[in-house]
Design a protein around this ligand. Structure first.
Ligand SMILES: [Zn+2]
Length: 312
């Protein structure tokens, strides 16, 4: 009996000693920090900061509308061994807490990328929008009180990248200078892009654009622009005839010449709207999924460029 207890205690001591060797108990076999992220934009931000020192897995499969995502067990398997789990926050991943509990990985560091971002409430949205989305109060209950689309703003992305950098430095302090340098070059590029388009957009004739769903409130805040959209902030509420008529009126009043379409929102209504007001249809990136293999910076620059062209 006594021997058994000692054996048990010894077993515990060995486990503790192994766990005490470093701040990371998980990690890939090749020594890389393992990161799980919820969707593509967070993959991009984590890759920009983590470089070749990290191995990243994405939970929400490409082509899946992230606002409606409900994970299956196999989507979450990677959380068992991850060092870091990066979520967008602001209600985007209402499944994340349960997923972390279910994974039973007590060493995982969960990063809320929205930490430090000044959030835009859904109520503020309703004041800006033309009131075509009557279902929004209902959506608020389901999704939370804030607009989660911070990843589509270059300035918010600077904050998000900073939160990811901090987590990497804590988890893998030996490479902190590397993560700092990557963070700096990535966020320098974002700030340069912001400055460049802040200057261009300051003098734009029009300030309004129309897209598939209301995903660009933070980008609009960065640049003093106004968005309107076919579907609401959670990509729900495809408009009926009356709401479509309101959108047509909005486009005419605001001299809208381009209607933007998104990979995960049906383009049918956008195309009808564009025909009705004589506008052209152009794609815009929402970065919820991988898009044409393009990087975060490439897509952000293209978004700003097509918005700028549409406002001339
Ligand atoms: Zn969205």
């Amino acid at each position: 009996m006594v021997r058994k207890i000692i054996a048990l205690l010894l077993g515990t001591a060995v486990t503790l000693a192994a766990a005490g060797c470093g701040s990371r108990q998980n990690g890939a076999a090749d020594g890389k920090v393992t990161i799980s992220v919820s969707f593509n934009a967070l993959y991009e931000l984590s890759a920009a900061v983590g470089g070749d020192k990290v191995a990243i897995s994405v939970i929400i499969p490409d082509g899946t509308e992230p606002h409606d995502f409900e994970p299956r067990a196999r989507d979450l398997a990677m959380l068992k061994d991850a060092d870091i789990f990066v979520v967008n926050g602001l209600g985007m991943e209402d499944w994340a807490d349960d997923a972390v509990k279910a994974a039973g990985n007590t060493d995982i560091r969960v990063v809320d990328a929205s930490s430090g971002v000044e959030a835009i409430s859904i109520e503020e949205h309703e004041e800006v929008q033309t009131g075509v989305h009557e279902g929004e109060n209902e959506a608020e209950h389901e999704h939370g009180a804030y607009d989660p689309h911070i990843w589509l703003s270059p300035l918010c992305a600077v904050t998000m990248a900073g939160n990811i950098r901090d987590a990497l430095v804590h988890t893998d302090p030996a490479n902190s200078a590397y993560y700092d340098a990557n963070y700096k070059s990535f966020t320098d590029a974002l700030e340069t892009l912001h400055a460049q388009y802040a200057e261009k957009l300051k003098n734009a004739d029009n300030k309004s654009f129309v897209t598939g769903h209301a995903a660009f409130a933070y980008l609009c805040r960065d640049f003093g622009l106004v968005q309107n959209s076919v579907e609401d902030v959670f990509a729900e509420g495809e408009p009926g005839a009356q709401q479509l008529a309101a959108l047509v009126g909005y486009c005419r009043e605001n001299h809208i010449t381009t209607i933007f379409t998104e990979a995960l929102v049906s383009a049918a209504v956008s195309e009808t709207l564009a025909r009705e007001v004589g506008a052209s249809v152009k794609p815009i990136y929402t970065m919820a999924s991988a898009e044409n293999g393009k990087s975060y910076l490439d897509r952000m620059e293209e978004n700003l460029s097509v918005i700028y062209e549409s406002l001339k």
